[in-house]
Design a protein around this ligand. Structure first.
Ligand SMILES: [Cu+2]
Length: 234
């Protein structure tokens, strides 16, 4: 009976989760790809460490098990320079290998430090994002405002200027990039490059009140022509 209840609650939970149309690690932009690669890379290092440790553990258990059952205390050895150096150097190496791509990606994707020229004539589209309990407003350069629906031109670089009208929210389109906090009184920016056409779900990723779960929006990445005609439609 207990097992049955457990399986029932598990299947209910899974069916609820499958209803979320939000997929992480399914990158559809250069920005998200860099982040996904970083996750897989650190995961790979973790798996190598895990396999090594478990292989050694099993080997030691097999090799040094008490075969005669006589409870002998093994020879006590104190200090082994070679081993101590090994287990000090290996973690330092692993952390360095992990730190280099992480720092590079973090700095290249952290546009807060950049000074954006709003009137620059490059291939950048600036969108003002206003979060409030419990909806999103997207304001485009020509003044067009769209609520809970975001349109993006595929071949342009997008810069979101994020600001909240009330509490702290978090802007998240998993397929296009990681979360960025949306704060009141302070603008955060976020850049997304080289997107693939398609429709992606976005949501608030910071608990912000009773209807937080409903604070979702749909992102349509469309061709540049389709974007221009949408943008200029009244
Ligand atoms: Cu929110």
């Amino acid at each position: 009976m207990r097992n049955f209840k457990f399986i029932l609650s598990l299947t209910t939970l899974i069916s609820f989760l499958s209803a979320c149309d939000i997929r992480v690690l399914n990158p559809k932009s250069e920005t998200a790809s860099t982040q996904t690669d970083l996750i897989y890379f650190s995961f790979m290092i973790m798996v190598i460490v895990l396999i090594t440790v478990f292989a050694m553990l099993f080997q030691f258990v097999r090799k040094y098990r008490d075969k005669n059952n006589n409870n002998d205390i093994p020879e006590q050895i104190k200090g082994n320079k070679k081993l101590e150096w090994t287990w000090t150097i290996i973690p330092i190496l692993l952390l360095t290998i992990l730190a280099v791509p992480t720092v590079l990606a973090t700095y290249s994707q952290s546009p807060n430090g950049k000074d954006y020229e709003r009137n620059s004539k490059d291939d950048t589209v600036h969108i003002q994002v206003e979060a409030e309990q419990f909806s999103w407003s997207f304001i485009y350069d020509n003044g067009k405002v769209s609520r809970d629906k975001l349109y993006l031109p595929k071949d342009k670089t997008i810069v979101f200027h994020l600001q909240s009208k009330d509490v702290i929210h978090s802007f998240w389109i998993p397929s296009l990039g990681g979360k960025v906090d949306v704060l009141p009184h302070k603008e955060n920016t976020m850049e997304i490059k080289n997107m693939v056409e398609g429709t992606y779900q976005g949501k608030c990723a910071e608990f912000c009140g009773t209807n937080h779960t409903r604070m979702r929006f749909t992102t349509h990445v469309v061709s540049d022509n389709a974007f221009s005609s949408w943008l200029n439609k009244k």
